[in-house]
Design a protein around this ligand. Structure first.
Ligand code: GLC
Length: 463
């Protein structure tokens, strides 16, 4: 009897290991991912291959970083994740160089995310109006920097054509339109205040600039939150889509789309494919869907359902709640993997999901979360290794020190995610000494700084 039970348990363990083995990549495979990212970067940068490239490597027209003589009051907007932030950023130059920020966070209701573009931008302007009222600044025409974190084709610092929505947004009538126009029109419709829209930037670039203000070695921005993307300073002679060979320009890589041409199919698991198929944008943003906070919970949930169906978990009984899309939030992953969380608390989480669990179930779920988040962090590290090595090669250096400005809840809150990224970059790009600097101020500060630089240059041109 005992032997029969032991045999069954061992067999179940083996079945689970077999399923999870798809999530264990060796360093050679990760190096291959790095190599493919590098190839995709070249394709996105080159004129000949740009239009068909999955990783778009978008030019941003941000060429100069702050020289710290910037000063003034700026308004910044930050739209991308689940919230919308409006910020007032005061910058002082000279001896008392400092940046002071005030901000308010507003929710973007589902109706606005999935309704018409007019509704979405009217909501945005409604939030700005509330904020200006709160700050008592409705009468000043403030220069504005807009962090708009979606793939856009930038034509000028204040002209940005939305290519496609990502991460749950799908407001109609916006794709193919200039986002700055949509904002200016909404401000005009409201007719309550005026703003001088100067710059629109991606959050990767905002983050890089925000960290770069205090740290001259920071030339990469990385986001690992609801979405995942990176940006960095590229030398102009490699940016074939923009005229001119002098200097450098920030590139918004839009690396979330890595793999959309099928080049990651050998590392995607059946669970990644399922999550992709059921998402709002099937076939798109495949790399992002393997890494970012919006999807990791879904991947774990699909594995748990598959285990349960095979009788390997929860005594083979699935609850209806577990089958609900989005029920297993990525923040559970962070909780589950945190050492402080006793297995008892885990059982409370399962109870909320209508599942009767045993202690063994908790251990299994913790293992699943560990495997999924580890691979996500390794994949992200492999991509980052490609970026820092390219920066090194651009400069013809044997070794280089690069700092990466980073924001995102997954990076910040998950107990192991950041360590795995660091270790992966260290192994896959051994000639680069990479430090990760967490930006506490978010990308809005960067948008304000980019606006301040543009205002400084504009004023210098007028004199
Ligand atoms: C998505 C967006 C990208 C953004 C990233 C992180 O990938 O397409 O523009 O930078 O999320 O927020």
């Amino acid at each position: 009897m005992v032997t029969a039970v032991a045999y069954r348990l061992a067999k179940q363990q083996k079945m689970r290991e077999e399923i999870l083995s798809a999530f264990l990549l060796r360093d050679e495979q990760l190096l291959e991912v790095k190599k493919r990212m590098r190839m995709q970067m070249e394709r996105g940068l080159k004129k000949e291959t740009h239009s068909a490239a999955a990783v778009k490597m978008l030019a941003t027209y941000v060429r100069s970083t702050p020289d710290r003589t910037e000063k003034g009051d700026f308004l910044a907007l930050d739209l991308g994740g689940t919230n919308f932030r409006v910020l007032m950023v005061k910058i002082w130059s000279g001896k008392c160089r400092a940046v002071e920020m005030h901000n308010k966070i507003y929710a973007i209701p589902m109706d606005a995310m999935e309704g018409t573009g007019e509704e979405l931008f009217d909501h945005i302007v409604h939030c700005i109006s509330d904020f200006l009222e709160y700050m008592g600044m409705k009468d000043c025409v403030l220069p504005l920097g807009f962090t708009f974190s979606f793939p856009c084709e930038q034509r000028k610092l204040d002209q940005d054509i939305l290519l496609k929505w990502t991460r749950g947004f799908k407001a109609t009538g916006c794709e193919g339109e200039d986002v700055v126009d949509l904002l200016r029109e909404a401000i005009r419709r409201r007719g309550e205040f005026e703003l001088d829209v100067v710059a629109i930037v991606n959050d990767t670039i905002g983050t890089m600039t925000s960290c770069g203000y205090d740290d001259p070695f920071c030339e990469v921005g990385l986001i690992v939150g609801t979405g995942c993307n990176a940006g960095y300073m590229e030398v102009m002679k490699n940016v074939e889509m923009v005229e001119g060979d002098e200097g450098r320009m920030c590139i918004n890589m839009e690396w979330g789309a890595f793999g959309d041409d099928g080049c990651l199919d050998d590392v995607r698991t059946e669970f990644d494919r399922d999550v992709d198929q059921l998402s709002l944008n099937p076939g798109k943003q495949r790399y992002e869907k393997m890494i970012s906070g919006m999807y990791l919970g879904e991947i774990v949930c699909n594995i748990l359902i598959s285990f349960t169906k095979r009788g390997l978990l929860f005594r083979g009984k699935i609850s209806e709640r577990l089958k609900t899309r989005g029920i297993f939030e990525t923040k559970f992953l962070s909780h589950i993997e945190s050492d402080w969380l006793a297995l008892l608390q885990l059982r409370a989480i399962f109870q909320q999901l209508g599942l009767q669990s045993t202690c063994d179930d908790s251990i299994i779920v913790k293992e699943v979360c560990g495997v999924v988040s580890r691979l996500a962090a390794q994949l992200c590290g492999a991509g980052m290794a490609a970026v820092v090595d390219k920066i090194r090669e651009n400069r013809n250096l044997e070794h280089i020190k690069v700092n990466v400005g980073i924001i995102g809840t997954l990076y910040k809150l998950h107990p192991h995610f950041s360590t795995v990224i660091h270790q992966t970059v260290e192994r896959l790009a051994p000639k680069c000494l990479v430090s990760f600097v967490q930006s506490e101020d978010g990308s809005g500060k960067g948008a304000a700084l980019i606006t301040a630089v543009a205002c400084r240059i504009r004023e210098a041109g007028q004199h």
